[in-house]
Design a protein around this ligand. Structure first.
Ligand code: SF4
Length: 209
């Protein structure tokens, strides 16, 4: 079954690499390896470095994310990349933000376009747990649970939330965005909420890897 899942994912990755639906993004889709995993990470969108290196969370945000996950699971970045399936609500780099501070978040049209790819990945991987990273990914994955982009992170991070996402029932553990643009994870209440989320990952996600 897992070989069949990986074969289907490889086919999905071919479709992703060939996708040119959004005229507003830069470069081509970024994806990780085709891994049949019980755990999926859903991020926001790749940055310019991820686009150049061709892998998700390949730069500063990734360093922070893998540091958090190492604390929670004891697994190294290389191990986590071989154990977790990586996805995102938009798979191509959206470009820099007009203010010049960080990257532009993917817009509603780009997320809607890309949801066809994410849906196929969800229905192929059928994860038991999704780690939703950053407000954009959290509000997208938890929309059916009434979560919006304006829902405060402190009411979400540190919890496990059950939701039906693209027709698949799954537990979602929200994490803040690790880019460093937001100081939310470094100051209270974000600091304590992040610690609670990592404890949840240690208890609920590490045994699935
Ligand atoms: S963001 Fe998604 S839908 Fe848009 S071009 Fe890239 S892969 Fe295609």
């Amino acid at each position: 079954m897992s070989r069949e899942t990986e074969r289907r994912l490889e086919k999905l990755h071919q479709q992703l690499r060939a996708c040119r639906l959004c005229k507003t993004v830069e470069g081509h889709a970024v994806h990780g390896p085709a891994i049949a995993s019980k755990v999926m990470i859903i991020g926001q969108a790749p940055g310019v470095h991820e686009g150049m290196l061709g892998r998700p969370f390949a730069h500063t945000a990734g360093r922070t994310l893998f540091k958090w996950l190492f604390e929670a699971t004891g697994a190294s970045e290389d191990e986590l990349r071989s154990l977790i399936y990586f996805s995102a609500v938009a798979r191509c780099f959206p470009g820099k933000s007009p203010s010049g501070k960080g990257d532009r978040a993917p817009n509603a049209a780009e997320i809607a376009n890309c949801s066809r790819h994410l849906r196929e990945e969800i229905l192929t991987v059928r994860p038991k747990v999704i780690l939703a990273v950053g407000k954009v990914a959290i509000s997208e994955v938890l929309a059916a649970a009434g979560v919006k982009k304006t829902t405060p992170l402190e009411s979400l991070v540190g919890r496990k939330i059950r939701v039906r996402f693209h027709g698949h029932d799954v537990d979602v553990i929200p994490l803040p965005h690790p880019s460093g643009v937001s100081r939310w994870p470094q100051v209270e209440p974000g600091k304590s909420k992040l610690r609670a989320a990592l404890r949840l990952i240690r208890r609920e996600v590490a045994p699935l890897l």
